[in-house]
Design a protein around this ligand. Structure first.
Ligand SMILES: Nc1ncnc2c1ncn2[C@@H]1O[C@H](COP(=O)(O)OP(=O)(O)OP(=O)(O)O)[C@@H](O)[C@H]1O
Length: 251
């Protein structure tokens, strides 16, 4: 569904991605893990075309969307994205933002009437209704994060990329979002997410891609990682992978 081939990215003298290969399986939740600064956000932004990689390709549904042979950025309409730090026009309210995004889609020729599922379940469970008409600049960090989540799910995208989606959310909101993530998976959507909260990933992830030193060191189902490292939990398995005497595990 999503395939990353030999992706490279350097910032000045810093080699962040040194040839990342990854095949994300459809209809599953894949967690991208790795220490701070490993390049998870850089990888995500490269998939979305928000960062231009130096080499390699990204394929979506078999079609090259980033790298040599890619044509335009229309593919982005198929992806819902929740950024780690989202920036919005601060004077607009969430309701106006939603209306604007719907209008943009309509102008781009999408069948919006069919597409839009303003996620009432999330709005309700986040208790977001009273905040929808306030300007974004007046919202608390957690409330902005909730709006961010609603926008990511807005058009029922086939692929959802969520960068630390529950960071800053209270336990009620975090549970609601996790339920929504699993529901999206059960609807057959593909999800890629990052988080440093291992217990959360243990709950959500079907597959794991572990990024370190610019490459994917392990990619496969969570159970396989636990088996390969002989550890009982994801947290211990990742700690095991991060030992200084790291042995590269075959994918
Ligand atoms: N625009 C940029 N210019 C220069 N360096 C950058 C830029 N973006 C990222 N980097 C560097 O690239 C490295 C990878 O950053 P990235 O944000 O992708 O890591 P991450 O794995 O998402 O980290 P974290 O877990 O802390 O969120 C870091 O050393 C970061 O400082």
């Amino acid at each position: 569904m999503l395939e990353i081939r030999n992706l490279t990215k350097r910032f000045g003298r810093l080699d962040v991605l040194k040839g990342v290969d990854l095949a994300v399986r459809p209809g599953r939740v894949t967690a991208i893990l790795g220490p701070n600064g490993a390049g998870k956000t850089t990888l995500i932004k490269s998939i979305l075309g928000l960062t231009r990689p130096d080499g390699g390709q990204v394929l979506l549904g078999g079609e090259t969307v980033v790298g040599a042979g890619a044509r335009g950025d229309a593919y982005r309409a198929r992806i819902g994205y929740m950024a780690q730090i989202a920036r919005y026009p601060e004077n607009l309210s969430a309701a106006e933002l939603i209306a604007m995004l719907v209008e943009l889609r309509r102008t781009a020729g999408a069948d919006v009437a069919h597409d839009v599922a303003r996620d009432e379940s999330l709005i309700e469970r986040f208790a977001l209704a009273p905040h929808l008409d306030k300007p974004m600049r007046a919202l608390s960090g957690g409330t902005r994060q909730k709006v961010n989540a609603v926008l990511a799910f807005l058009f029922r995208p086939e692929l959802l990329i969520l960068d630390e989606p529950t960071a800053g959310l209270d336990p009620v909101a975090s549970s609601a979002l996790k339920d929504r993530i699993l529901a999206a998976r059960d609807e057959g959507r593909t999800l890629v997410l990052t988080s440093h909260v291992m217990s959360e990933l243990q709950e959500l992830a079907d597959d794991v891609a572990f990024l370190a030193d610019g490459r994917v060191r392990f990619a496969g189902p969570v159970e396989e990682l636990l088996r390969a490292t002989r550890q009982p939990t994801l947290e211990r398995a990742i700690a095991h992978l991060l030992r200084p005497s790291l042995e590269v595990l075959a994918a």
